[in-house]
Design a protein around this ligand. Structure first.
Ligand SMILES: CC(C)(COP(=O)(O)OP(=O)(O)OC[C@H]1O[C@@H](n2cnc3c(N)ncnc32)[C@H](O)[C@@H]1OP(=O)(O)O)[C@@H](O)C(=O)NCCC(=O)NCCS
Length: 277
């Protein structure tokens, strides 16, 4: 078997055995064209004869931070070391790009993936809650809603976040979709300029519309006391804008999970692992 760079003609071969990877299906075949087009990404496949039996992507998210994602091994070829071989090759590439840390995420209940990355020396460094708010299914409350945050708020928002529980628990990271890297004040500046930075009396949130009726957030600043109100503010504004779903990735603190439960959202635990490549 051999590990090599992925090509467009590998996509249907991978799609053939990645339809039912999880209960909900799989997204990986749809992502390969995006990875192949992305200059920061390095997509690898494992081949044996004419068969493509493994795939994984590594992407540089900042000059020193790599992210590994989309690891899949053909169900008939698991426990042969292929997942670890591709992961190692991704780490070697990341090191060659200057990465000082490489990270990846697994669902907490994915024990196979957890054992595999733990066997390679990855350390579990933070747990995040993935939750979906359904604004249209909530009766409107008397919440103030969100306002666009001005750039004058950036310092206060950053100081509030960096000195609080959420940044500590989340290792000062921001979630960009299903990718995590260290947050910087520039993330707030960019969010202001792209009209994705919002505030209410209860905190601040970066909230981006990803589809017509869906928005997502991977960074918010609030306190244990104010978190329930901030979530109500998000829901209120989401309702007013006609959003059917707001997906949140927030560091797993008991008070945040409780606040999410109070607005009817289940939290799914996601583990972020780190290693020095
Ligand atoms: C997770 C996955 C990529 C692992 O690939 P793999 O090629 O089977 O893993 P490896 O052979 O390199 O495993 C190395 C070690 O990890 C551990 N491990 C791997 N899979 C395991 C499992 N299902 N249960 C327990 N331990 C496991 C074992 O210690 C294994 O060594 P061993 O076989 O000598 O006992 C593969 O199972 C897969 O494609 N799963 C479905 C998709 C998925 O969950 N991807 C990860 C999303 S985060």
């Amino acid at each position: 078997m051999e590990v090599r760079e992925a090509r467009a003609e590998d996509i249907p071969l991978v799609a053939a055995w990645t339809k039912d990877t999880f209960d909900w299906g799989d997204y990986v075949a749809d992502r390969i064209p995006v990875w192949l087009d992305e200059p920061e990404s390095h997509t690898l496949v494992c081949v044996e004869g004419d068969d493509v039996i493994g795939i994984a992507n590594t992407v540089m998210l900042s000059p020193g931070e790599a992210w590994l994602e989309g690891a899949r091994v053909h169900p008939d070829h698991r426990r042969r070391g292929i997942g670890s071989l591709m992961n190692r090759a991704g780490l070697d590439w990341a090191a060659s790009q200057g990465a000082r840390v490489a990270r990846l995420a697994t669902e907490e209940e994915n024990t196979g993936a957890r054992r595999q990355v733990e066997s390679m020396g990855y350390r579990h460094t933070s747990t995040w809650a993935y939750a979906e708010l359904a604004p249209m299914q909530r009766s409107p409350l008397a919440a103030t809603g969100l306002q666009p945050a001005p750039s004058a708020d950036i310092d206060a928002a950053w100081m509030s976040w960096i000195s609080g529980d959420l940044s500590r628990t989340g290792r000062e990271m921001i979630a960009l979709g299903w990718r995590w890297r260290t947050a910087t004040p520039d993330d707030l500046r960019t969010a202001v300029s792209e009209q994705r930075f919002w505030q209410s009396p209860s905190g601040w949130v970066i909230l981006a519309q990803t589809e017509r009726t869906v928005a997502t957030s991977g960074w918010l600043a609030t306190t244990p006391d104010a978190a329930p109100d901030l979530l109500e503010d998000i829901i209120t504004t989401a309702r007013e804008t006609g959003l059917e779903e707001v997906s949140l990735r927030v560091p797993w603190t008991p008070w945040m999970v409780e606040a999410l439960a109070r607005v009817g959202a289940d939290s799914e635990p996601i583990r972020v692992y780190s290693i020095r490549p």
